[in-house]
Design a protein around this ligand. Structure first.
Ligand code: C2E
Ligand code: MG
Ligand code: MG
Ligand code: MG
Length: 286
């Protein structure tokens, strides 16, 4: 009897695995198709300067507009895109579209920086810098107004190669931002070796800012560190007035989060920009 039960368990287990890899296979297939069919769209989330209350940048965040399932978040497909290598095409699509959008906004009088995420996996791809530079040249957007967001995982695998790539990107005048700072390996020597312009404090520290004095201390330490190293510092995931007040009081440069705005479709982002034009600030009572 016990043996029978064991057998059953085993069967259940394998079929669960089979089902899972089948689902993955389907997802991979439809991801490929989605690229060919152009089913992705970009949302833009404002990055707001704390002293002026102005939107100075927009982070482009990809979504998959699935014909049956509707809007799918990147958390659901970026990992698979990375495993299958599709991320290379995906990130290039994002860079191109975000730069074209930024060019349009700049032509209508908005001096916005556009921030784009680049997967760490790209760093193993030969010709990355050339492709990035080519895309930005084609879009005719000023590279000073393009910021590349990277996580530490891009740097750890092959730091020597990463340094070369980042230097090339900097030579082309791009801005470089270290995303999710504090959650990865956070070797401080990275900050000294890599030519970053911006530190992006991870959402997890901001979330518990007011309930955890340790997190508050960590945030303050990161802000101090950034100041000493001449880096800009931005806090992500700011959701409440209290978090905003704390960050402003403690001289964080920029914030991004639901408190101002979630990521928005182009038309909604433009509405926010024109609101700012009329009121000079998106912060209500600055
Ligand atoms: P990320 O680059 O750290 O982006 C910030 C994420 O935090 C976004 O999630 C954004 O919607 C979310 N967020 C912003 N403000 C708040 C807030 O106040 N509260 C909370 N709870 N969340 C907030 P999203 O758009 O789902 O993207 C998730 C991650 O997917 C991104 O994290 C990034 O790592 C990746 N991703 C998104 N677009 C791309 C892309 O085009 N290429 C690559 N390689 N990765 C991307
Ligand atoms: Mg990011
Ligand atoms: Mg982040
Ligand atoms: Mg993140």
């Amino acid at each position: 009897q016990a043996k029978e039960q064991g057998g059953n368990c085993y069967q259940l287990y394998t079929s669960a695995i089979e089902e899972k890899s089948y689902d993955r296979l389907m997802l991979e297939m439809s991801l490929r198709q989605a690229l060919d069919r152009n089913e992705f769209i970009l949302y833009y989330q404002p990055q707001v300067h704390l002293q002026t209350g102005k939107i100075v940048a927009a982070e482009a965040l990809i979504r998959w507009l699935h014909p049956d399932r509707g809007l799918i978040s990147p958390a659901e497909f970026i990992p698979l895109a990375e495993e299958t290598g599709l991320i290379v095409r995906l990130d290039e699509w994002v860079l191109q579209n975000a730069c074209e959008q930024a060019k349009i906004w700049q032509q209508t009088g908005h001096q916005l920086t556009i921030a784009v995420n680049l997967s760490g996996l790209q760093f193993n791809q030969p010709g990355l810098t050339q492709r990035v530079i080519h895309i930005i040249r084609e879009s005719q957007v000023n590279p000073c107004h393009v910021e590349i967001e990277l996580t530490e995982s891009a740097l750890v695998q092959n730091p020597e190669l990463a340094i070369c790539i980042l230097r090339d990107l900097k030579d082309f005048s791009l801005q470089l931002s270290l995303d999710d700072f504090g959650t990865g390996y956070s070797s401080l020597s990275y900050l000294q070796q890599f030519p970053f312009d911006t530190l992006k404090i991870d959402r997890s520290f901001v979330r518990d800012l007011l309930t955890s004095s340790k997190n508050a201390a960590i945030i303050n330490a990161i802000i101090q560190l950034a100041g000493q190293l001449n880096l800009k510092v931005i806090a992500e995931g700011v959701e409440t007035r209290e978090q905003y007040d704390f960050l402003r009081k403690n001289h964080c440069d920029l914030i991004q989060g639901y408190y101002f705005s979630p990521p928005l479709a182009v038309a909604d982002f433009e509405a926010l920009l024109s609101e700012q034009r009329h009121h000079s600030s998106v912060v209500k009572d600055l």
